[in-house]
Design a protein around this ligand. Sequence first.
Ligand SMILES: O=C[C@H](O)[C@@H](O)CC(=O)C(=O)O
Ligand SMILES: [Zn+2]
Length: 299
Amino acid sequence: MAKKISAAPALKDYKTNTFVDGDMEIRFAVGPEETKTMDTQKLIDNFLVKDLMVADTIKLVYSHYDRVIIGGAVPATKTLTLGNHPELRAAYFLERREMGIINVGGKGTVTADGQKFDLEKLSCLYLGKGTKKISFSSASKKAPAVFYILSAPAHATYPNAVFTKEQASPVDLGAAETSNKRTVYKYIHLEGLQSCQLVMGLTILAPGSVWNSVPPHTHTRRMEAYFYFDLPTDQRLFHFMGNPAESRHMVMANNEAVISPPWSTHFGCGTTNYGFIWGMAGENLVYSDMDPAPVPTVK
Ligand SMILES: O=C[C@H](O)[C@@H](O)CC(=O)C(=O)O
Ligand SMILES: [Zn+2]
């Protein structure tokens, strides 16, 4: 017999692509036709995630691209516990979902059903479907942990496990001559931490290198989200998105995330070097499954 879920809410009259539902923001998916008509504010409203890392808060944004939830948790002065959300119609958050968590702050701990996982800066924790109780804490109030969260629907349970940056098979890409010398660290992917559909890792730009993800690409098989970190407060990141023949940009600050629809490119240029967490969900777990959009084809 079907499990009872919470009562149906009142029918909503959706007039906007995005709205706040309790403590989670919901963003519907839009296509390339609508996107190319957007002005700066509309692009920001639909794709940018500002104020993701707020002290003593868990922030969540539910994107309808592959139903990925983007989140931030900063346990500054107290332990934070992940709640459920009515929009999931689930008994608990990971009843039918999986989650990847990467710490970009001071030493922290994620406790999952009583098991403690200590996460140094740039360590990644995978939590499988069925994990019921999740909480976030910091080792020191002086340097709180800053947890970036990505969650996607899941059909099977894979083990909860940690990967450090050193375990994440670093690959050097780009060159100083093209200002895109960088190292890619893969955590959750076919040959790393196992998952149903999450693929997650991070990229660090070398000093003097500012361009990420060039040459650009798309992958209609998977949506992607980028989360920029270690960008000084007086510097900015110019993130490019859209149909490669109709590129648009948004100006981003440190610890902000941006949603990339499956049909969109995603690449950026900083006013200095920085790091970013990338994460995807969709058809496959093959990191290299990308369709190139060479620089001369971008308009
Ligand atoms: O689909 C893969 C992602 O867009 C990123 O992994 C690309 C990236 O980190 C880079 O080139 O710097
Ligand atoms: Zn990509």
